[in-house]
Design a protein around this ligand. Sequence first.
Ligand SMILES: [Zn+2]
Length: 153
Amino acid sequence: MASLAFGRLPVWTAEAVLVCALTLLGRSEASFPPIAFVSEVPGDVSAAAEAFARVNDRRIFVITSSPLFQRLQRGPNRCGDLDSVRKLASVLIHEEAHVVKSASESDAYAAQLTSLAALGAGPGHPTYSEVRRSMRQTLSRRRPEPVRVMVMR
Ligand SMILES: [Zn+2]
């Protein structure tokens, strides 16, 4: 039983984690579309997604169960993991491009990569490479029509 009691580490709230990314961007929450937190990845969204946007919905959905968000919520110091904060910030920029500018996937990734470079993680940085890899994967499986995919667990 002791391991259960001691295994419960404090967790930063989702809102506190979000503020880290907004602060890094020098942006207020009000300057973004409404940001909603969801704890599970919907069946029609890539299982690896950290956030998503919907057509005809002005909200950005941030997935709090993603490894990225979990890392941020469980970090010993709030906002202390710069690489993860930067990644989350760039994810917000990506989704903002979809919601505000109806950006295509390639334009949303371009905005994300530009923001990563502006935040000090440009070409050659592991986070930049990771996002470029996701971009190539996403663009290579792009379909002409949105297709709903059921995920069996
Ligand atoms: Zn996208």
